[in-house]
Design a protein around this ligand. Structure first.
Ligand code: PMP
Length: 391
């Protein structure tokens, strides 16, 4: 079959399965009230959990740094692109997370790919939660190491696989990898038990805290800090700057040897242009707001509690999550799309998440709450959900 015909057939199949993804065009800044495809919408579909993406201090930091440093970084970090702004942000992130050092990456996808492929190779083993983010799963497969996925959040299943994998390997070492907060479920990994498991198999534990960083823990340093886990217990910590921090990019934090190893061996770090320095300046301003304005996290937690209290009465399953990610399980793709479109016609935007992003039969509405929502916004969401799901 000709390539065009083959691709058209694949696209038609996606549509038939109700798995076709459409992009919308946002013509306003991030925030609860935006203009999406030309229509005013109340959005519950953003990862801007603290409402920092359009905060004046963050946008001012961006423009001030752009005036000083320009836009493009000009080169990779190792050639001539590593600026004072990047360096200061790395130092601030290391201090905030209580790690020796931090290293910036263009995105979370790149950070995960870079880290796992730089550290693991054919003689090693990588064990991952089966609901880990795609970038972690891709990285594990791409590393060439023996690769297994354990049942979601099952330490028993992880232990079974760790024993098998570590028994087989003669020279290699192991890595256990998990999301901190699961991106499509909102629940948190059993990090204490996974850390013990990793240590008992002489393996590293890597935690991707993309959705916990900025939100969880007494100061917003994420789920690892919330559980009081040290650098020794979680030697590899990944966080993103594009979600609660409202900017763009990601980092890996850990020991000096870890960070130097990534600088020397991580190809997705070495061979790519550094992030614009003004983005780093904006992220540093956002990090300061995370530290100085705990009321944002308090407000978010109140929203989460209010939403959960009321959503218990909806005629669909509310997944057990205490994070800003509040999924409503629908099941099949067609109904999920129909409900999301119904909500959209009432001016409410939520994520319609379908396979292959989530397992078959578990399509869902992914509702994300933000400190920038008001209680009235959430009441409105609940009213529309009630009227729509009860018909
Ligand atoms: N890890 C997790 C758990 C995520 O949810 C995401 C983004 N959806 C990423 C990594 C990738 O981060 P980024 O968007 O910065 O590439």
């Amino acid at each position: 079959m000709e390539l065009e015909a083959l691709l058209s057939a694949r696209l038609s199949e996606r549509k038939r399965e109700h798995r076709y993804r459409y992009r919308r065009v946002l013509s306003s800044a991030q925030g609860p009230r935006g203009v999406v495809d030309g229509k005013a919408m109340l959005s519950f579909a953003s990862n801007d959990y603290l409402g920092l993406a359009n905060h004046p201090k963050v946008t001012e930091a961006l423009t001030a740094a752009a005036k000083h440093c320009g836009v493009g970084s000009g080169a990779s970090h190792l050639v001539n692109g590593h600026s004072h702004e990047h360096h200061q942000l790395e130092e601030a992130l290391a201090e905030f997370t209580g790690r020796d050092r931090a290293l910036l990456f263009g995105s979370g996808y790149m950070a995960n790919l870079a880290c796992i492929t730089a550290l693991m190779s054919r003689s090693d083993w990588v064990l991952e939660d089966r609901l880990n983010h795609a970038s972690l799963l891709d990285a594990g497969l791409h590393s060439g190491a023996a690769f297994k996925r354990y049942q979601h959040n099952s330490v028993g299943d992880a232990q079974k696989w760790a024993e098998r994998l570590s028994g087989k390997q003669v020279s290699g070492h192991g890595m256990i990898v998990t999301d901190g907060v699961f991106s499509m479920d909102g629940d948190v990994a059993p990090l204490n038990a996974l850390s013990d498991l990793a240590q008992s198999h002489n393996a590293w534990l890597m935690v991707d805290d993309a959705h916990g960083f900025g939100v969880l823990g007494p100061k917003g340093a994420g789920c690892v800090d919330d559980m009081g886990l040290s650098q020794q217990q979680v030697p590899i910590l990944m966080g993103t700057l594009g979600k609660a921090l409202g900017c763009y990019g990601a980092f890996i934090a850990g020991s000096d040897v870890l960070i130097e190893s990534l600088i020397q061996f991580a190809r997705p770090y070495i061979y790519t242009t550094a992030t614009p320095p003004a983005i780093a300046a904006a992220a540093r301003a956002a990090l300061k707001l995370v530290e100085l304005e705990p009321q944002r996290r308090e407000c978010l937690n109140q929203h989460i509690a209010y939403f959960r209290r009321e959503a218990e009465h909806l005629p669909v399953t509310l997944l057990p999550s205490h994070s800003p990610i509040q999924p409503l399980l629908i099941g099949d793709e067609e109904s999920t799309m129909a409900i999301a479109q119904g909500l959209e016609s009432r001016g409410i935007l939520v994520g319609a998440i379908r396979p292959p992003t989530v397992p078959n039969g578990t399509a869902r509405l992914r509702i994300t709450l933000s400190a920038s929502h008001t209680t009235d916004d959430i009441t409105q969401l609940l009213e529309v959900l009630h009227s729509h799901l009860s018909t």
